[in-house]
Structures are given as C-alpha cells and as structure tokens.
Design a protein around this ligand. Structure first.
Ligand code: PLP
Length: 403
C-alpha cells in the first residue's frame, strides 16, 4: 500500500505529485494484489462445476459467522435479499410495521415492503445521520398509547450508515422494553463494532451486502445474513431456497435468493484482508480529518464550509464512506469533477420523498434533518489503497474552491 507523504512546497502539493485524477473507488488496485489467488479460486469452482450454494458457500458462512461474532450466517444473492430474509426470520409478517431511517439506500425500506409490512420512516441524528433513537422511543410510546395504530410494530431496523454503528445501546434498551426485534442493516458495516461487539451480532438478525463497492466485495451481487439464533438461520436457509426444507417439498413461500459459489470463493480470498483494509480506511479518515483541519476548512464548527460527521465513542467505524457536509455542495462537487476527483452523494433524496413511498403520506419538511443532510452530504474518495498524496490533492482542491 502506498502511504507516501505528499511533498509540500509552500504548504501545497508539488506539481510533480499532483495526481491526474482521484477516483472515488479504484477496485483495480486491490485486484492487482490478489489477481492470481482470485483467479485460482474461480477456477476451483469451475473445475467443481458446482455453481450454487455448496461447500464454498458453507465455508464462507462459517467464516463470516466467526468474523462477526454471530452464531450462524446464511449466504444469499444480495444485500437486499439479505434484508428480506432478516426481516421475515425475525418475525415480520404482512400487516406489521417496521421502524427505520429515512436516510439510507432505498432497499432499507423497500425490503420491509417486500416482507408485506409498512415502513415507519423516522428522522436521523444530526451528528451521525444514523436513525435517531429518541424519535424511535417516542414513536414506540405513542404506539403503546394507541396514537399511531400502524399495525403491530414488530421490529426496528437501524442502518449502520457509512460504516458506523447506530446507537445500539438505545435500540437494545427500546427493543427490550417494547418487545420488538432488532434487524441490523449492516450492508455498509462489515467489521464495524459497538462497544467491541461486531456489527451483525447486535440484534436478532443482520444483513450484509457484498456489492462490488462495499468494504468486502464480491465479483457480482451477493449478501449474507447473520444471527445469534440457529433456528432463524435454518428458517432463512429454507426461505432463500423457495421455502423448501428438502428438494421439491415447500412448507412456505420463499424465493430464489441463493448465493453463487463463485462469489463465495472470491469472498473467501478477500475475507482474511478485511481487518487490515478497514484499518487503512480508518487511517485515511484520520488523514482527511487532519488535512481538512490544517487547511482551516473545518474550524469554527457551525460556520465552517466543511463539517465532518460526528463519531460515536462506542462505535468502531469502518469508513465505508468518508462523508463531509459541505456548503454549496453541488457547486463544490462540480468543481471537483472538473479536476477528475470522484465524489458521490449518498443520498440525494431521502426515502420518505421517493415517489414509490408517496403512499406513506409524508411530505417535504416532515423529516428536516434527513432532508438537510441530503442537500449537504458529499462522499470523498475512500478505499484502502488511496495515497496520502491523493488525499492531499482532494483537500487542497476543496480549499481552493472555498477561497
Ligand atoms: C444501507 C444499505 N442497505 C442495503 C443495501 C442493498 O444491498 P445490495 O445492493 O447488495 O442489494 C445497500 C447497498 O447499496 C446499502 O447500502
């Protein structure tokens, strides 16, 4: 990994070190370091001619269970599929409702619909942008008092946004008091932890995505569900295979949500590296923090042109994304794009304002923290092989934009 320091001339990166472009994510750098191993793993599957589930998937399931600290893991076709399995196994039924965040990828809420339930979309904490536990607690009390009779609230689905766990102390307390399940959306958070306990071992079930941009990524779509409950794992094994306990016998309606053996084989090559990759991401985040502060961009807190998100002391963040809140975000993004610096907006439209969810009856202004975040957030380049010179150029460019 290239961690070379940028040479500075008058506090700036020298012309010789100016990168031509800085991608948001460059998977080719990772591939170069493990090409032979990955191709050998794919060849192993081709030689076996066993392409769906089978020993590669079973071994990956054991390895991921061990890595996350969960009792069992169930490999499946995508993170979206993992969310659906996690919800159904946790007991969510048609007519129920599930509380989740309005500031996440669409699948966090659409999986609830797919399980036949109604999402209750709530606002987020202004510091971390994770689901606001105080609002969840208030909503649960209102449900108990009968003010919001939106079906039986069966589960809370916190999303560990950008790789940082949501406030699991609060959610575990609320889940206990109101007898609801916690279903973690850990799609962005493999290797993250809360008070030393791994994401994926903090609720009844948890969904991970191995989409190619994720910290641990497949060569196509794949996902996995973890759970401390062996009986839920068995249920999910049936559900991912048409609700079938044995070939051509079906006890309930499942779906084809199985994992490919090639994806499992690739993921098994990568899994031993995830801790060091996550560590590199944390170091990069610290570097961005320092460079932004040195450039005077994050000083004077609320008036600063750029504000990093808050970090919870109990959370081990894995920086799936390094996200800033930026004044004149769209202009800044255009300026950086012209310099071939990759950025992304996760997410430009909160879930409650997506046309597909118009039927929930929420409108602009209802969830103001999420709505403001959608206008301000900007993800900067972040991947383990990113160099300090590249980060230096990103921050120097941001500084130029604001001067
Ligand atoms: C928070 C979150 N939930 C769910 C998903 C869905 O995962 P997948 O794309 O693997 O279906 C994603 C992936 O982008 C995600 O970021």
């Amino acid at each position: 990994m290239n961690q070379s320091s940028p040479t500075k001339a008058n506090g700036h990166i020298s012309a010789a070190e100016k990168p031509v472009a800085v991608p948001l994510l460059d998977l080719r750098r990772q591939y170069k370091t493990m090409r032979d191993e990955v191709l050998a793993a794919i060849a192993r599957v081709c030689d076996s001619q066993g392409f769906i589930l089978g020993p590669e998937v079973e071994t990956l399931e054991r390895e991921i269970a061990g890595f996350t600290g969960a009792a069992a893991a169930v490999g499946c076709a995508s993170g979206t599929e993992a969310l659906w399995l996690a919800l159904v196994a946790a007991g969510v039924k048609p007519g129920d409702s599930v509380i989740t965040t309005a500031f996440s990828f669409f699948a966090s809420a659409s999986a609830i619909v797919r399980a036949g339930a109604t999402p209750i979309l709530l606002d987020v904490d202004p510091g971390t942008l994770n689901l606001d536990a105080a609002l969840v607690e208030r909503r649960m009390r209102e449900h108990r008092a009968g003010t919001h009779p939106a079906g039986k609230t069966r589960a809370i689905l916190p999303v560990h946004l950008y790789g940082q766990c949501a406030d699991m102390d609060a959610f575990q307390r609320i889940a206990e008091e109101f007898k609801v399940a916690i279903v973690e959306d850990a799609a962005q958070a493999i290797g993250a932890a809360w008070r030393g306990r791994g994401a994926g071992s903090l609720g009844a079930t948890a969904a991970f995505s191995f989409y190619p941009t994720k910290n641990l990524s497949a060569y196509g779509d794949a996902g996995i569900v973890t759970t401390p409950h062996p009986e839920m794992a068995e249920h999910m094994r049936r559900l991912r295979n048409h609700g079938s306990p044995r070939r051509y016998y079906h006890d309930e309606f499942g779906w084809n949500g199985r994992m490919d053996a090639i994806q499992a084989a690739v993921l098994r090559v990568k899994l031993p590296h995830i801790a060091s990759w996550n560590e590199a991401r944390c170091l990069h985040a610290a570097t961005y923090d320092r460079l932004l502060a040195d450039a005077g961009l994050t000083a004077r807190a609320s008036h600063a042109p750029v504000r990093p998100l808050a970090r919870a002391a109990q959370a081990k963040h894995v920086f799936h994304q390094y996200v800033i809140r930026a004044q004149r975000r769209d202009e800044l993004r255009k300026f950086l794009t012209e310099r071939k610096i990759g950025t992304e907006v996760y997410y430009p439209l909160p879930i409650h304002l997506q046309p597909a969810f118009a039927y929930l009856g929420l409108k602009a202004g209802d969830l103001p923290v999420a709505e403001l975040a959608a206008q301000e957030v900007l993800a900067l380049p972040m991947f383990p092989e990113l160099t300090e010179a590249e980060m230096g150029w990103v921050v120097e460019s941001i500084a130029e934009f604001y001067t």
